[in-house]
Design a protein around this ligand. Structure first.
Ligand code: PMP
Ligand code: GLN
Length: 386
């Protein structure tokens, strides 16, 4: 057995959702939205299932979807991608796997920022890569040049950037991205950019893709996911966008991971990308409303909430809230005493974890958020004690 997997636990997201199912607790852990997503996308998926081919689509994705992704990023982010530069994958997770497996040679070093989406480290290790961690810290989670220079070596080949950042709910500023771009150029690195949260941004902030920065066009793999754009996390339709030499080799890895992705979902996403900008904009407002509702409720409960600029999540700072428990103990207590599930951020560090931050998902209807807040307020005395 491969010790990488034999010694690994179940992902924190699945483990916490299982506890919600077992206990009947309100699940503000794993990131998924209440609601059905855009009706037009669901109808397009159903129609395509009944009326179009359900045989293998082209390995790199339906031409219509590859074109729709390229057009979408032209319209929203000013990028000049061609359809040939887009490879459709089964979710962003497969896009990450295909990119890392295709590009990493054993012994290559990869810069990863912690906290991180939990798939990164096992995928890098399975590919034979050596992670070099940059530790980000609350409350600002900022990336600085000195931290990057401290971990880079002559063996470093890649940098994985998740922007907007799950679980911190931050977005890189233009200055930070320019600094990261300069760093990648100076050290001849390829950037693998997990941008699945690019459309889930608040307060009018606009996402800037690293691929658009000087020197990055030929050395960036940009990863997206329809699951996040349309709040349809079960769709698992994602993609990579990268210059042809990178796209070609990523497609080689993809062809032996999943080969392809269900064609009806690809049709539906192509249609959604072309027609659902208004839905995406409205969803942003709805989610921002949920963010503000949960932040107000948790603040009323006496907890210190960190700002959330993007993603489905906000965080509570336990130390700043005067809570004497660490994040894992707090999440256990939250289930037992309040019947609410959240995510301990320490689970998203591979080493030297921050243990004072707990993540809550706010893309739920008002009644669910209000019920969770009421439960937390009612259980407050048991939550803050040692
Ligand atoms: N990357 C990040 C940062 C994520 O938060 C997620 C899922 N929430 C993914 C990748 C996976 O996306 P998908 O479901 O499309 O595989
Ligand atoms: N990325 C999602 C989250 O942060 C979970 C994805 C998963 O469960 N694999 O909640």
């Amino acid at each position: 057995m491969n010790p990488l997997y034999a010694q690994m636990g179940t992902t924190i997201f699945e483990a916490m959702s299982a506890r919600a199912r077992e206990t009947g607790a309100i699940n503000l852990g794993q990131g998924f939205a209440d609601g059905r997503g855009p009706e037009a996308v669901l109808e397009a998926a159903a129609r395509a299932l009944l009326e179009k081919s359900n045989q293998y689509p082209p390995m790199s994705g339906l031409p219509e979807l590859r074109q729709a992704v390229a057009d979408h990023y032209g319209r929203h982010q000013g990028l000049d991608l061609t359809p040939e530069e887009v490879i459709v994958t089964s979710g962003a997770t497969e896009a990450l796997a295909a990119s890392l497996f295709a590009l990493i040679e054993p012994g290559d070093e990869i810069i990863l920022f912690q906290p991180l989406y939990d798939a990164y480290v096992p995928l890098v290790r399975q590919a034979g890569g050596v992670p070099r961690f940059v530790r980000l810290e609350p409350p600002h989670w900022r990336i600085d040049a000195a931290a990057l220079e401290a971990v880079v070596t002559p063996r470093t080949r890649f940098l994985v950037l998740n922007n907007p950042l799950n679980p911190a709910a931050t977005m890189c500023s233009a200055a930070e991205l320019a600094m990261i771009a300069d760093f990648c150029v100076a050290h001849d690195l390829i950037a693998i950019c997990d941008e699945v949260w690019e459309h889930v941004t608040f307060d009018g902030a606009r996402h800037l893709p690293l691929l658009g920065f000087p020197g990055m066009r030929e050395r960036t793999v940009k990863i997206g996911s329809a699951g996040k754009i349309f709040a349809l996390t079960g769709f698992k339709v994602g993609w990579t966008c990268a210059a042809p030499p990178l796209a070609r080799v990523i497609a080689r890895a993809h062809q032996f991971l999943t080969f392809t992705t269900p064609p009806n979902l690809q049709w539906a996403v192509a249609e959604g990308l072309a027609t659902q900008d208004a839905w995406v904009q409205q969803a942003r407002h709805r989610f921002q409303h949920g963010r503000d509702r949960l932040a107000t409720g948790l603040t009323d409960a006496g907890l210190t909430v960190l700002p959330s600029a993007a993603t489905y999540f906000l965080s509570v700072d336990l130390a700043a809230s005067g809570v004497a428990l660490d994040d894992v103990a707090f999440c256990d207590r939250l289930i037992d005493a309040a019947g609410v599930v959240a995510i301990p951020i320490s689970a998203l560090y591979a080493e030297a974890p921050v243990t004072s931050i707990v993540r809550f998902c706010f893309v739920k209807d008002d009644a669910t958020l209000d019920a969770a807040i009421a439960r937390i307020i009612a259980a407050k005395a048991r939550l803050v004690g040692a």
